[in-house]
Design a protein around this ligand. Structure first.
Ligand SMILES: [Zn+2]
Length: 144
């Protein structure tokens, strides 16, 4: 793994190898290397903190994923319960506005009947009143 501190150590060794005579240049070089040293330490600390943070975020993401799974499962259960609740406490007739039911006039007995969408097979369903098979697709075509 690349570590900037190793690079600074290498530069420090190079500078010492130069055996600079001029004290001012030597002092400047030493200060520059000290600054590089501090920067390398800071970068290293930041990297460690960042790695920890990333690990932490990943674990939060994982936990959140589990919560979402549980939440949406529970949400489905809650909806089912809500439907049941409406059904049980509603003294009126069953709510025919429910989107799963289709309101239609039977072409045979002319009664207004409500067909559960689940019972419509290939556009056809039995009239609950007279048991005649209602062809929904032809009814739509007739209107055209
Ligand atoms: Zn009918």
């Amino acid at each position: 793994m690349y570590d900037v501190r190793l690079k600074v150590s290498y530069v420090k060794g190079l500078a010492e190898g130069l055996e600079i005579e001029d004290e001012k240049v030597k002092k400047l070089m030493s200060e520059i290397i000290n600054v590089l040293d501090e920067m390398a330490e800071t970068i290293n600390d930041l990297k460690i903190t960042m790695d920890d943070t990333q690990e932490y975020v990943e674990s939060i993401d994982e936990d959140l994923g589990e919560l979402e799974e549980e939440f949406y499962d529970d949400d489905d259960d809650f909806d089912d319960y809500e439907d049941y609740d409406d059904f049980a406490y509603d003294d009126d007739e069953f709510d025919f506005n429910d989107e799963d039911f289709i309101e239609t006039d039977c072409p045979n007995c002319h009664e207004t009947v409500y067909i559960d969408e689940d019972f419509i097979d290939n556009g056809k369903a039995e009239c609950p009143n007279c048991k005649t098979v209602i062809d929904f697709e032809n009814m739509v075509n007739d209107k055209d």
